[in-house]
Design a protein. Structure first.
Length: 168
């Protein structure tokens, strides 16, 4: 009887671990590219845009570039770059992609390159998983889940401006 109970508990534990694995698997590979830390900053209630971040490591010997993203959660998924010059923070859409040099890691993050999910089709909640397809110049396109997280930070200089550098 005790052996049967132990066997059942062991089987239950093993199954629960296997079920949890997809939720824990955040790293994805596409050719020589390794993608990790995919997350979206929880937007304020009623917002129609959200910012997404990811780290991409090019383990290969050839440069590549991130050229586009898409997701059913938004009307458009754009790559943007935030820059600050003379205490003025501006954001602009990048059309020619994000360079991924061989042997280097590029982190899309607040105050730098990032995704903008424009025209959100539904409100996002902390803990949501958002599937995003990424396209590269050379590596195969890949799908990765971005996890929605509470406040991921924004440059202080941008606090009095909207996302495109216009005064609020």
């Amino acid at each position: 009887m005790m052996t049967s109970l132990r066997s059942n508990l062991a089987a239950l534990f093993t199954m629960s671990c296997l079920i949890a694995l997809p939720a824990l698997a955040h790293d994805v590979a596409s050719g020589a590219l390794r993608l990790s830390e995919a997350r979206i900053s929880l937007p304020p209630p009623g917002a129609r845009t959200a910012a997404g971040y990811i780290s991409i490591t090019n383990t290969g010997h050839t440069a590549d570039s991130l050229v586009a993203g898409s997701s059913v959660i938004a009307a458009a998924t754009e790559i943007h770059l935030t820059s600050t010059v003379a205490n003025i923070t501006r954001m602009r859409q990048i059309k020619d992609g994000v360079p991924l040099a061989a042997g280097q890691t590029v982190s899309l993050r607040p105050a730098g390159y990032h995704f903008m999910f424009v025209g959100l089709k539904r409100p996002l909640r902390a803990g949501d998983h958002v599937s995003v397809r990424l396209r590269f110049a050379h590596a195969p396109s890949v799908r990765i889940d971005f996890v929605v997280e509470k406040y991921l930070g924004q440059p202080a200089a941008a606090s009095s401006m909207d996302m495109h550098g216009r005064p609020m």
